[in-house]
Design a protein around this ligand. Sequence first.
Ligand SMILES: *Cc1c(COP(=O)(O)O)cnc(C)c1O
Length: 367
Amino acid sequence: MNSKQITVTLPLFPDLQDFIPYLKDIWQKKWLTNNGYYHQKLEEALCEYLGVKHISLFTNGTLPLITALQALRITGEVITTPFSFVATTHSLWWNGIKPVFVDIEPVTFNMDPDKIEAAITPKTTAIMPVHVYGNPCNTERIQEIADKYGLKVIYDAAHAFGVTVNGKSILEAGDMSTLSFHATKVYNTIEGGALVCRDKQTKKRIDYLKNFGFADEITVIAPGINGKMDEIRSAYGLLNLKQVDWAIENRRQAATQYRQALKNVEGISFMEDIQGVRHNYSYFPIFVDAEKYGMSRDELYFKMKENNILGRRYFYPLISTFPTYRGLESAKQENLPVATKVADRVICLPMYADLKKNNVEKIVKLV
Ligand SMILES: *Cc1c(COP(=O)(O)O)cnc(C)c1O
């Protein structure tokens, strides 16, 4: 990155001076990982901030997906969306589960609940939707279908940190929800993630599973994995949590500025806030209608790049087009017309807490 570039995202950093006392304390305690002091503190603080009862920290946002499937003993086929980050579908593959893709709907870009039932077979055991760009899925409708067919629901909520619907956390929907605290997300612990579940017993099982399956020194209850978050990143996370509301408010202001400036640009559309939802403004995607705009999405994307503005074609290509998945019946383009169209049109504009007003101006001017 050169200094003139406006990049697509910048991480949220805690204040370095504030971090040093935490580091000193960790050095003094001589405890680096395995459910240490800061790990416990961060789990408590996140439960409070997010409004959930049970959370288990992980070393990234992919292992909670893999572990959720293990904890719920999911097998066979799982219904999911091709319009996501590859980790969603990869987590199924790592569990030997066959992903079944259904199309998305064009307002929230989330899995279309009306397409789920047709994809259910006797082998289906679960649904794995994604709250894309932090837009809440239609969780009530998805739960109705899950209940009707006896399916589990695991939400990939990697984009949905702090999102609430009518004051209630979106993470309370379904059987479990996963979060990512990767450096590029609204809230980060450098690398990190979490699994939100409904009860104490399940949380205990997840905690065993993320520590090789150890229930005590000599008892291994299941083939667990190593997914533990360490003390340094837990402390970093505690500090970053103090400024996440500030970060979301700044992102909201940038989103408002983008919308004001782009609303009259022919051929460019974008998302609006949804009534009753507290958004986190994790991304600012725009959708390019080449005919009306007079330029294709890729032409605009490269034009921006030439002008030192780095957007991101997120999510393009669709997961269903990657070699691992494209042979699946459900991966056929005819099965996924909306997702295909959206993936061909989207560019996520730069969006982060420190994004300056004059940079937003520069970006919209170019667009
Ligand atoms: C970032 C992300 C993940 C993976 O999280 P990591 O922390 O990078 O492992 C999973 N799903 C979605 C939708 C994501 O955006």
